[in-house]
Design a protein. Structure first.
Length: 643
């Protein structure tokens, strides 16, 4: 089975820049150790401080020092390989970097070990020189009288704050998460925990998880889920907790903890797909940045799996498929809503058009999240286009012309004209890619051939779950630039993927997996192949034609409205050349119009006035209305005013 990767989506833990790929492997590993070497000293200090009964041989950094000293004295290949393997396990290098380390020579490994030893010694040295610093303070009792004493004191306090920024131990972090309330928790401490989980050695994260830090994160998410009303402060807390959970995906122990105990992932799913009923409209809804972070954590599950030596093999793709489907609580809530609806006043027992084999709706909660985003961000644009006659294409071209002329971009003007945040577009595109990935990739334990007809049945299941309404809302967006950004991902999901026979039953991959497990329970699912790259969504000739037709329809509608606006308004230009350019643009936009354009000379001869008329005798305005004409450069195509 091909690896299930979201089309066009690159997980954050496997992103590499072009400059990084060009660097030699010895430089990448050396810089990786140099960035994280500060955590080794902090980890050793925390273990020795909060566990005074432990022996020094249990501390991994001391073991590294012994191995490094043996490497320096004996220069044996066994000692160097052993020290290098322990160093790799301690830092928890990414899986994409481990295969490249096998090609390192003995001299390169020794160079990396020496670099780690020197950087570790430099950071341990200031911690042992505290007495000399205190002695120097005692020898300078009159330094307070110097005029720069205030500056020195400020600098010293700033250094102390910087040095104490990573002083939180795993015990303290786990204890803080368990006893803190979601409304009074310190965000700075959450930020510190995120930095420690992301930047320190793996030993800190492992100790944090063993002590109970994972349960503390789940406790905070559970408190946030049970809140009757959420505030923007709760959204900031959720962002930091989500980043902490994402940081656990960088090493094997954290991945195994997340996949075997997916409590935090299920809570994130419930917070993302929370009910958006009408009686909860007054509650604070999470902003698009918070929703994007939660969706990013779920999307990263496609690239992780448990190690081969684990007791239970779990692939993140299988877990993601179960998270995206409706839970029992969701089904009960949907059934309750169906019972509250008004019944048809006449009997339907003799109804002949009722479908017997109706496709199951397993993604209703997911589609409701898309409907909520659609109603909040896309529907206002449709209202502006329909009720207020807003010209999106004209506003976009006005911004483009002003930027090409060298004018600095105005964020307020640009945001008001485009009307949609860029994060909303990326959020919608990520959802569309995820839907396409679910259609094209079955579970890892699916043993039959996954043909195009099976994919079409899953696509129809999405349509019956509510994606049909979502697709209509996205297609009705009158903004040409916004529609062009996601139409290539929407078109394959709207057009059929295969021709189905009327006798085919609805497809349920989970039922097939269950039946296969009853027949042969001893067969272990084969691990999928490693990630080799991202693929584009399938684009057929039918989907390309559909996308082209939708873009042409919106552009044609906006152009017709713009031509109508030009005909109903008069524009004053600065010289005759601009008027000629404006006249050519009108002819290009509306070649079917038989109206003639004339040039009138107002009292000032250096200003040209353009007007559109049906014939030579009927004008849209009188000579006395010259003062009401709006002066605006023609090259911007920004038409203001009414009839």
């Amino acid at each position: 089975m091909s690896t299930s990767v979201i089309h066009g989506y690159v997980p954050a833990n496997i992103r590499t820049s072009t400059t990084e790929t060009k660097r030699p492997i010895i430089g990448k590993v050396s810089s990786f150790f140099h960035r994280k070497s500060v955590a080794s000293n902090e980890s050793a200090m925390n273990h020795s401080t909060f566990h005074p009964g432990w022996d020094d041989n249990d501390i991994k950094t001391r073991t590294f020092d012994d191995l490094l000293s043996n490497c320096q004295n004996e220069q044996s290949m066994e000692n160097i390989d052993e020290a290098f393997d322990k160093l790799i396990k301690e830092y928890g290098l990414p899986s994409t970097l481990k295969p490249n380390l096998e090609t390192l020579t003995l001299a390169q490994k020794k160079t990396l070990l020496d670099s780690y030893r020197l950087s570790h010694a430099d950071r341990v040295k200031p911690a042992n020189s505290g007495f000399s610093t205190d002695r120097m303070k005692m020898l300078r009792p009159l330094s307070i009288l110097t005029k720069d004493a205030g500056i020195k004191q400020h600098t010293r306090n700033r250094r102390q704050r910087a040095n104490s920024k990573m002083s939180l131990s795993p015990d303290q972090a786990a204890h803080m998460l368990h006893i803190s309330n979601i409304n009074t928790i310190d965000i700075q401490q959450l930020t510190e925990i995120h930095i420690l989980l992301k930047s320190t050695v793996t030993s800190w994260s492992i100790d944090f998880l063993k002590i109970g830090g994972y349960g503390g994160l789940a406790s905070q998410l559970q408190q946030l889920k049970s809140l009757s009303k959420r505030t923007p402060q709760n959204a900031k807390v959720l962002q930091m907790i989500t980043r902490c959970i994402k940081a656990l995906m960088t090493h094997e122990f954290g991945i195994q903890k997340l996949l075997t105990e997916p409590t935090c992932l299920r809570l994130i799913r419930d917070l993302l797909f929370s009910p958006t009923a009408s009686n909860r409209k007054s509650l604070y809804a999470f902003d698009i940045q918070t929703r994007s972070l939660m969706l990013d954590v779920l999307c990263n599950l496609t690239a992780i799996q448990t190690s081969g030596d684990a007791s239970e093999y779990v692939h993140g793709w299988d877990l993601l498929l179960s998270l995206l489907q409706d839970t029992n609580h969701d089904k009960e809530r949907l059934a309750e809503e169906e019972r509250r609806k008004s019944r048809i006043p006449f009997p339907t027992a003799n109804e002949t058009h009722v479908a017997k084999n109706k496709a199951p709706c397993r993604f209703t909660s997911w589609m409701r999240e898309l409907m909520f985003i659609l109603d909040k961000y896309i529907e206002p644009i449709s209202f502006l286009a329909g009720a207020l006659d807003f010209r999106f294409e004209s506003a976009y071209r006005q911004l483009r012309v002003s930027h090409e002329k060298g004018a600095p971009p105005n964020l307020e003007t640009d945001g008001g004209s485009v009307m949609v945040d860029e994060g909303v577009v990326e959020y919608l595109i990520t959802h569309l890619r995820l839907i396409c990935t679910v259609i094209t990739n079955p579970p890892t334990c699916y043993k039959k051939e996954y043909a195009a007809t099976d994919q079409e049945l899953v696509r129809l299941e999405f349509m019956s779950s509510g994606f049909e309404r979502v697709s209509r809302g996205l297609r009705s967006c009158p903004h040409p630039t916004l529609l062009h950004s996601y139409i290539n991902y929407l078109a394959p999901l709207v057009t059929p993927w295969a021709t189905l026979n009327p006798v085919e039953l609805p497809h349920d991959p989970e039922q097939h997996v269950y039946e296969e497990s009853l027949v042969d329970e001893m067969i272990e699912p084969s691990p999928p192949v490693s990630i080799k790259g991202l693929t584009d969504p399938p684009a057929t000739e039918q989907s390309k034609a559909f996308a082209k037709a939708e873009i042409s329809r919106v552009n044609r509608q906006d152009k017709n409205n713009e031509i109508k606006s030009i005909k109903l308004n008069s524009i004053r230009v600065s010289d005759k050349e601009e008027f000629v350019q404006w006249q050519e643009e009108i002819r290009t936009m509306d070649t079917s119009s038989s109206e003639e354009l004339s040039i009138d000379s107002p009292p000032r001869s250096h200003v040209w006035l353009a007007k559109a008329e049906l014939d030579a005798e009927m004008d849209y305005y009188e000579q006395d209305d010259y003062d009401d004409i709006i002066e605006q450069p023609v090259t911007t195509y920004w038409m203001k005013g009414g009839r």
